[in-house]
Design a protein around this ligand. Structure first.
Ligand code: HEM
Length: 192
């Protein structure tokens, strides 16, 4: 699989392109007493190219965009829907991930790309209060269900993608580590 599409080198991001599906997901979210509520899920992610960007005539980014839909395994109902971009800068090896969720929370997380034994590893994190890799949330969410930090490890090898993410919340007067993980298989390879 070439990383060059329409003359643009997407580097490690090219490995993510296409449609992925899985039914091994597990969500751990707070219930009304801030106790862990674990829900098995199926999910699908579609990644497609979003072109190169030159910033201030100096920084050369490439990016792909995605849509992630998560359904409860027990009844197929959608209970999480997420959109965003992944970015890569070749000269610095920087990886960034922007995301938006339908609770009026969005963020930009950053990190570095690495490879280990044939595994491609994308590690990123964001912290509330940072002016760079930070988190923005509505006034209601900031007061009642604050997202304090987010970190994610996504790995890909051939047609298998895995992710594990930790969203650090403060809700119902307590800290809560909201986690999500899944393993997906690529079912369609497409560039756009
Ligand atoms: C696969 C990914 C995810 C799934 C399946 C998921 C699912 C859930 C579920 C089931 C709840 C409990 C509240 C409810 O029942 O509606 C929840 C709460 C929450 N999630 Fe997620 N979530 C995911 C990712 C994220 C991400 C990436 C963020 C933000 C960076 C986030 C932020 C929140 C917040 C702030 C709450 C607290 C809202 C509340 O419980 O009232 N979640 N999530």
């Amino acid at each position: 699989m070439s990383s060059i599409i329409d003359g643009v080198d997407y580097g490690p991001l090219a490995q993510l392109l296409g449609k992925w599906v899985g039914n091994k997901g597990l969500d751990n979210a707070p219930d009304a007493d801030a106790n862990p509520d674990k829900t098995p899920f199926s999910d699908e992610i579609i990644f497609s190219v979003s072109g190169p960007s030159e910033n201030a005539e100096e920084q050369n980014l490439v990016s792909i965009k995605y849509h992630h839909v998560v359904r409860k395994l027990e009844n197929g109902h959608i209970f999480h829907d997420q959109i965003g971009h992944w970015f890569y800068e070749k000269s610095t090896n920087i990886i960034m991930h922007s995301l938006s969720i339908p609770r009026a929370v969005c963020l930009l997380a950053g990190g570095e790309y690495k490879e280990d034994g044939g595994l491609s590893i994308f590690n990123v994190e964001a912290k509330a209060g940072s002016q760079t890799y930070g988190i923005l949330q509505s006034p209601f969410m900031l007061e009642k269900a604050t997202t304090k930090a987010f970190k994610m490890r996504l790995t890909v090898k051939n047609n298998v993608l895995e992710y594990h993410e930790v969203t650090s919340l403060h809700i119902y007067g307590k800290d809560f580590e909201h986690t999500d993980e899944s393993t997906l298989t690529r079912v369609i390879y497409e560039q756009d």
